[in-house]
Structures are given as structure tokens and as C-alpha cells.
Design a protein around this ligand. Structure first.
Ligand code: 26V
Length: 848
């Protein structure tokens, strides 16, 4: 890899640093190390010195006049300096080794805050804390100033962030490629209980973690037509585009944990090209020139929500092509260099396609090889096939991307031609393997004709990828058996599973310092990079002292979460409550309504006198969820959760024993605060629909017990932690399929289950809507009439499982044992393990 990733070099002459407000430990006057790229020493004095220098020369302020934002920026730049040398060295080392790299192509990275992670990776937490104290500042306050980069929607984006963290920690050469959205996932607030979206201008206060490299910009073309020409007797095709933009790379550091390695995340930002502006400007149409510029820069303006509107779709395809075109060009021409022989490309790179979003990279590489580098088609295809692997992250049919050929052909005419040829060759292969089976040929065609001609991106990825993987065992099996069944029959060896994982650095060390300390005191520190070592905690489940310590950890986390919720949302977490957490995107298949029906039913049972309030296990149910702005039903469900919350939270008949807390704007930072406080983890999707889930892993690793269906990675969690430490309920995937086939009639459940009927009737009664009986009718009627996700079918089983939870929680010692065993048995869910699986099974690469 070229050493183009590092820019600033700490000054070797220290400027005048100011020394007011520093307290007892004034910075010494000795200068920084004289080497041009030096790592400052790990001493408090040295740290303070660099910090003040950054404040003075970076922000242009003195400490006494600085704002919290100035202080945060200076601190971030200080920590950054400690990573610089390592970044340079890592890049140089990778480049010199000539080894195979991973190009992780992802339209989303949900990174979370950077400062804490950088301090953790460099082991500078205590130094920074003391240094800030010495300056009269509070590290926690400065950390809170950071706006997290919310460049993702949910699990898929967070997974990408966990994966690049693990690869850096394992010393694997990887560049994460993606999009530098100017606005990330919207900010959510509630007005009268309804979701309101505001833009997320995360860059507004400055971003100390990025390094723009305009000199490494890449031109990206769009539109126009193709033409053939004669090249000394060889017929070739060229693309004659009619507009273009420039992609500017912004590099981000991805620090490995305590290993001196820093990998690169390279996010692309779109800018108008000069030529583009000039042509219009010269035509005398200035407003049009400005409009054109805005148009170009719109490409990376905003992150798309999961279910974008048709108007947004064209822009989304532009985003996809934009970032993969930049990334492939960058890797081939800047990382490998212009003289590299592309016959050897598969020895140097494997591009992992994070879902179908980057799949247009496949025809782009073919175009480069065939049209620009004049490879024979077959040879180009042999190379291309080895350079890609595809991860599928869903089973929902509506989430499998297709692009109308009309749109694709208009935006990327040459790519559509290439896709057609790939498809034609592929269908010949299908015909050869299954002679006479034209129905199969139609079913497998990358280009479908029903109802309109469109390109099925998952099929293209499957045809091109060396491997296709799902993200948990059940998901991978359903992919091979159902969604991509025909492909599995043709190429069974292509299909594999890699169960997701999460990084223990962010989701245990950073999020839960109390648990981390207990584990490290018990086992030593090795578990952070070898999470299976948590198994050594298992015997401690029998140790009453350890159990007490474990409960104290949970208690501290609850107090901390409670402080955060009070300050952030004015929410009180009553002490002594079971903390029951459901945090994930709002989607009908995830069934937040089922959780809500449980709460409403308990309320109804108290109102009707079936139980007394004193029989309730004191419990606070915490929801965290954003709904896609265009997903009407999801937004109605948010409204209902808030409406139920505002009634039950203030009804004295419940004696404060049942509460709903729904903090707005759930994001990675809030997840880090809530997860350690959880007693119960809600993983209640309809079986067969949650590809994996990763919140389930984070919660279990922080000592929450799961109530869940046999879905996604819950299956593996339950197998590992044991039936007795997991609250299973609900239909299994085959049962769901059978019920669907036999004709599911939700109303029957309503009619035959008095508790369910009473809960739904209570919602319809208007009690949660000031007497308005119509307010939530669409939700109730969708449950009664369609219930696509079988909430009513699973209600009874869920209620029974919740009774088992209640009973188990009443026995504090037994509950603690179960919680400890969850932690001890979930080491498998480290993203380090997941990366190991990818490296062995898919990438055939290793640490260097
Ligand atoms: C996409 C769409 C698009 C259109 C309509 C609604 C809809 C709903 C869901 C999606 C899912 C996008 C892909 C995704 O985020 N999948 C998640 O990936 C996680 C990481 O593998 C995994 O843990 C989650 O189970 C899976 O939902």
C-alpha cells in the first residue's frame, strides 16, 4: 500500500504553549522528540504539552479562552499524534510485504465515537485523564462533545465497523472503503410521541479524525452511451459518458488494540469537476452551473434510510457506483500502482461485498480490465471472479436489491452491457448443467423480466463471488435452501456461513469498564483479544463472592445508564427494577408490537383486577429504535409505544412497578450506555427473518439473559449458553412456514385468547389516545387481519416465557449464575473470531 495515508507531522519546534489553568503539573519546557514523525512519550507532561500546542496552533486559542469544542478538538488531535507514526509504519509494512489485502466495500460504517476508542487502543486513557485534570478539564466532558459519525442505518453498518476494528487488531491488511455522507442517519426526536427527523450535521463542529486527500481524487463518469471501435483489427467498446464527478478520499485511522497497528478506512466525498462547472459557466448559465455543482455534490450528501423512496433510488445507485468506482480505481492505481500487472490482482486483493450495495463493482472491474486494459473477456472474468466475495444480510424479499434496466442503462450504459454478457454466459452454464430446464434458466437469470426488466443484484453477486455467505447458521441455511436455492444446486461449494461477531473493545472494554475490570482482575487482560478465554469464568458462577461482585458491576452500570438517561432525556430509571431492553431498528418483523402487547397485557391485568400491582415484578422496559422516515407503520408503532408509556408511567395503580422508557435518537453511543445495564435482552423477531442480530451478542456478553425466538444468531447463543440460561419461545422457522402454508388466520388467536383480546381491546378503547378510538386502529387492524409477522400466533408463548423470566429473576443468586454463564459462554461472538472465519474460509489471507 502506498504511504499516502498520513499528512501532518508533529512540529519539531514547539510553539509557545500557554500555561494558565494547568494546575499542579505545568508542562515541562523540554520539546517533543526531534524526529520528524515522532510518537509523543506516554507521559502526562508530554501529553499536556502536545495538547496545549494543539490548542494554540491548531485551534488558535488559549486554554483560558477555549470552548469545550476547542478542547475536544485539541485533545483528539493530541491522541491522533500518538497514532500517526504507527499509521505510517503500518502502511509501509503492508506495502513492502506485498501481501493480499482485504478491500471491505460497504456503503455504511456505523463507527460510534472515535476518541474513547483511540485512547483505549493506545492505552492512553489514564494519561489523558490526568493530563486533562491537570489542565482543569474533565475528560468525560470532552469525550461527550464528540458527535458520533452515524454513517449507517443499523446492524449492517455497525458490523462493518466491528470488522475493521478486528482486522486492525489482528494485524490484517485491510482498507475499508465507503462513503463520507455529509449527513448521517437522521436525528430522532419525539413530538407528541411521534418521531420527527432532523438532519445530522455531524461535520459542523469540525472532524479531527479525518484526513482529506484531494491530490488522490478520482474521476467518476456517468450517463452517455457506448461505441465500438477498431483497435488494430480488434473490436473494442468504449464508454462515452456525458457527465462526471470527482471523488475525494478522506482517510480515517482504524487503530488496532495495543498492537501498534493502524489500518485505514477511506471514505469518498463527491465534488463537482472543474470541467463540469466550466462548460456550464461558459454557456453563460451561472445558476445552472451552480445547480450542476449542487447536483454533483448531492451524491454524498445524505445516507439513505433502509427503505428509500422511488425518487431517491436513482441517487442511491449513483452513490453505489460512485464509491465503488473510486475504491477500485484507488486500489488498482494508487495502492498497487500503474505498473502492476493486473493478472496478479487476485493475489493482492479480495473485495468483500457488504450486501448488494457495492455489487456494481463487479461490472466496473470487468470494464477496467476489458475496455481500459484490453484483457480478453474470459481472462478478465477469471480474474474478476477471484476478486469478490459476497455477504448477504437479509432474507426479506423486499430488501433484496433490484435495479430497473432502464435506470441502470441510462446511468451506466456500459455496465448494463457487461451485466448482460455475464448473464448470457452464466445462463449457458445453467443450460449445460440442467439441459431443457428453461424454467430454471428464467428463475436464475440476473436480469428478470417480471414485471419490468430489472437487474437482481444478489444474483449478480452470487454469480461473481468466489463465496457467498450468510451471517448466522440458520440464515445461511435458509439462503442456500430458499432464497438462492438454484444457485446452491449449481455451485454448492460457493455457499458458506460466517456467524457475525462484535468487537469486545467497544462493547465490553469501552462500554462496560466495570465488567472489564472484574474480568481482568479474575483472568488477566488477555481476554480482550482472545474472547474465548471468557470460558475460564465459568467456575466462578458457583462462587458467591464473584456473584456479588458481578451484581455490583451490573448495579454500577444501571446507575450510570440512569444518570445518562436523566441528563439526556429526563428519564428516571427506578432502582431495583428488572431492566428489560429492546434496542434495534423499528421494523414490523422485529416485533416491537409483541413487546408492547406484553406490557399492555400486564397493565390490563392490573386494571381488571386479575393481578394486583404488587404481584408485578418491578420492571422498566427500555426501547431504543429509529423508524425509516418513509416507513409509515413503523412510525405509528413508535407513536403507540410513547402513548402507552405516557399512560402507564403515570398511573398510580401500577405503584411504579411497570415503566416504559423510550429515549429518543438511539445510536451507538446510547447503545454503549444501555447494554451494560440490561438484565433482559429482547430478541423476538419472527423465526426466519432476522438474519443474525448483533445486539443479541452485545447484550449476552454484558450479562443480560435473552428472551428470544429460534432466529438468527439466537440459535447459536442458545446452543452455547444452554437452554436453562435462555428464555426460548415462539414458532420455529419450519413451523412458521407450515402455518403460512396452511393459511394463517390471526383473528382466531384474538378470538380464542382472552388475555390477547383484552390487550388489543385496551389499545382500541382509546385509553392511550385521550379517548380517540381510531388513533391506533391501523396497527390493531393490521395485526388482526394480516399480521405478516405472526405476532398474535406467538403472543401466548411469549407471555409464558415472560412468566419464566419473572420467576427466575426473583431468585437473585440463580439469575446471577445464569448471567455469568452467558458471559462465560459467548466468547465465540467476538468479531475477531468472525474475521478468522472469513480469512480461512473466504479470503485466504493472513496476518503479516
Ligand atoms: C433492508 C430493507 C430495505 C427495504 C425495505 C425494508 C428493509 C428492511 C431491512 C433491510 C436490511 C438491510 C440489511 C441489514 O441491515 N441487515 C442486517 O444485517 C445485520 C448484520 O449482518 C444482521 O445482524 C441483521 O440481522 C440484519 O437485519
Amino acid at each position: 500500500m502506498s504511504a499516502d495515508v498520513v499528512l501532518p507531522v508533529p512540529a519539531d519546534e514547539s510553539p509557545d504553549t500557554e500555561i494558565d489553568h494547568i494546575g499542579p503539573s505545568s508542562p515541562p519546557t523540554h520539546a517533543l522528540a526531534k524526529a520528524p514523525v515522532a510518537t509523543p512519550q506516554h507521559s502526562v507532561d508530554a501529553f499536556v504539552k502536545v495538547f496545549l500546542q494543539e490548542l494554540n496552533t491548531g485551534q488558535g486559542v488559549t486554554l483560558s479562552r477555549s470552548t469545550v469544542n476547542d478542547q475536544y478538538l485539541a485533545l483528539a488531535r493530541t491522541v491522533r499524534q500518538y497514532l500517526m507514526t504507527r499509521w505510517l509504519e503500518t502502511s509501509r509494512h503492508y506495502a513492502e510485504s506485498g501481501s493480499k489485502a482485504i478491500g471491505y466495500l460497504s456503503a455504511e460504517y456505523l463507527l460510534g465515537r472515535q476518541l474513547g476508542n483511540a485512547l483505549l487502543a493506545t492505552d492512553l486513557g489514564e494519561v489523558a485523564e490526568e493530563a486533562m485534570r491537570g489542565c482543569g478539564l474533565d475528560l468525560a466532558r470532552l469525550r461527550a462533545q464528540e458527535v458520533e459519525p452515524g454513517l449507517g442505518n443499523g446492524g449492517l453498518g455497525r458490523l462493518a465497523a466491528c470488522f475493521v476494528d478486528s482486522l486492525a487488531t489482528m494485524g490484517i491488511p485491510c482498507i475499508g472503503y465507503g462513503i463520507r455522507y455529509e449527513y448521517g442517519i437522521f436525528k430522532q426526536s419525539f413530538v407528541d410521541g411521534r418521531q420527527v427527523e432532523q438532519p445530522d450535521p455531524w461535520l459542523a463542529l469540525g472532524n479531527p479524525w479525518e484526513f482529506p486527500h484531494p491530490e488522490a481524487s478520482v474521476q467518476v463518469n456517468f450517463g452517455g452511451h457506448t461505441e465500438t471501435y477498431d483497435d488494430g483489427g480488434v473490436q473494442r467498446t468504449r464508454w462515452v459518458p456525458d457527465w462526471n464527478v470527482v471523488g475525494v478520499p478522506y482517510n480515517y485511522m482504524v487503530p488496532g488494540y495495543h498492537n501498534g497497528k493502524v489500518n485505514t478506512l477511506r471514505l469518498w466525498s463527491a465534488k463537482a469537476t472543474n470541467a463540469f462547472d466550466l462548460a456550464l459557466f461558459n454557456s453563460g448559465d451561472y445558476p445552472e452551473a451552480v445547480r450542476a455543482q449542487t447536483f454533483a455534490e448531492n451524491i454524498t450528501k445524505v445516507l439513505y434510510p433502509e427503505d428509500s423512496t422511488p425518487q431517491g433510488r436513482e441517487l442511491r445507485l449513483q452513490q453505489q457506483y460512485f464509491f465503488v468506482a473510486c475504491s477500485i480505481r484507488d486500489f488498482i492505481e494508487r495502492v498497487l500502482g500503474p505498473d502492476f500487472d493486473l493478472h496478479q490482482l487476485p493475489e493482492r486483493i479480495i473485495f468483500q461485498l457488504n450486501d448488494t450495495h457495492p455489487v456494481i463493482a463487479v461490472p466496473e472491474l470487468m470494464r477496467i480490465l476489458v475496455d481500459e486494459r484490453h484483457f480478453e473477456w474470459d481472462e478478465a472474468w477469471q480474474i474478476t471472479k477471484q476478486c469478490f466475495a459476497y455477504t448477504c444480510h437479509t432474507l426479506l424479499p423486499e430488501a433484496l436489491e433490484v435495479w430497473p434496466t432502464e435506470l441502470l442503462g441510462r446511468l451506466l450504459p456500459r455496465h448494463l452491457e457487461i451485466i448482460r454478457r455475464i448473464n448470457a454466459d452464466f445462463l449457458d452454464e445453467v443450460r449445460a448443467s440442467f439441459p431443457g430446464d428453461e424454467q430454471r434458466v428464467r428463475n436464475m437469470s440476473i436480469i428478470s423480466d417480471d414485471p419490468n426488466s430489472s437487474v437482481r443484484m444478489a444474483f449478480l453477486a452470487t454469480v461473481a463471488g468466489t463465496k457467498v455467505n450468510g451471517v448466522a447458521e440458520l440464515h445461511s441455511q435458509l439462503l442456500a435452501d430458499k432464497v438462492l436455492h438454484d444457485f446452491d444446486e449449481l455451485w454448492p461449494e460457493k455457499f458458506t456461513n460466517v456467524t457475525n461477531g462484535i468487537t469486545p473493545r467497544r462493547f465490553i472494554c469501552l462500554a462496560n469498564p466495570w465488567l472489564s475490570e472484574l474480568i481482568s482482575d479474575t483472568l488477566g487482560v488477555g481476554w480482550v483479544t482472545d474472547l474465548e478465554r471468557l470460558a475460564e469464568l465459568e467456575p466462578y458462577a458457583q462462587d458467591p463472592d464473584f456473584r456479588r461482585a458481578f451484581r455490583e458491576v451490573k448495579q454500577k452500570a444501571k446507575v450510570h445508564a440512569s444518570d445518562i438517561l436523566r441528563a439526556r432525556d429526563g428519564i428516571e430509571l427506578p432502582p431495583g427494577h428488572l431492566v428489560d431492553i429492546m434496542i434495534k431498528r423499528l421494523h414490523e418483523y422485529k416485533r416491537q408490537t409483541l413487546k408492547l402487547l406484553h406490557v399492555v397485557s400486564l397493565y390490563e391485568q392490573v386494571l381488571s383486577g386479575e393481578i394486583t400491582a404488587s404481584q408485578l415484578q418491578p420492571r422498566t422496559v427500555i426501547f431504543g429504535a429509529k423508524a425509516a422516515p418513509g416507513y409509515w407503520m413503523a412510525k405509528e408503532i413508535i407513536h403507540l409505544i410513547n402513548a402507552v408509556g405516557s399512560v402507564i408511567n403515570t398511573d398510580p395503580r401500577l405503584e411504579g412497578r411497570l415503566k416504559i422508557a423510550f429515549p429518543a435518537n438511539y445510536n451507538v453511543t446510547l447503545a454503549e450506555r444501555l447494554i451494560p445495564a440490561a438484565d433482559l435482552s429482547e430478541q423476538i423477531s419472527l423465526a426466519g427473518l432476522e438474519a443474525s442480530g448483533t445486539g443479541n451478542m452485545k447484550l449476552a456478553l454484558n450479562g443480560a439473559l435473552t428472551i428470544g425466538t429460534d432466529d438468527g444468531a439466537n440459535v447459536e447463543i442458545r446452543r452455547l449458553v444452554g437452554d436453562e440460561n435462555f428464555f426460548l419461545f415462539g414458532l420455529s422457522e419450519p413451523e412458521v412456514a407450515a402455518l403460512r402454508d396452511s393459511g394463517y388466520r390471526p383473528r382466531q388467536y384474538y378470538e380464542s385468547n382472552p388475555q390477547l383480546r383484552a390487550a388489543l381491546d385496551l389499545i382500541s378503547s382509546g385509553i392511550f389516545s385521550n379517548g380517540n378510538r381510531e388513533a391506533f386502529a391501523p396497527i390493531v387492524s393490521s395485526l388482526l387481519n394480516e399480521d405478516r409477522f405472526m405476532v398474535l400466533a406467538d403472543f401466548q408463548s411469549y407471555m409464558e416465557a415472560q412468566l419464566r423470566v419473572r420467576e427466575a429473576f426473583a431468585d437473585e443468586e440463580e439469575w446471577t449464575k445464569k448471567a455469568i454463564l452467558n458471559v462465560a459462554r459467548c466468547g465465540f461472538f467476538s468479531s475477531d473470531r468472525a474475521m478468522g472465519d472469513y480469512l480461512r474460509e473466504i479470503w485466504h489471507a493472513s496476518a503479516i
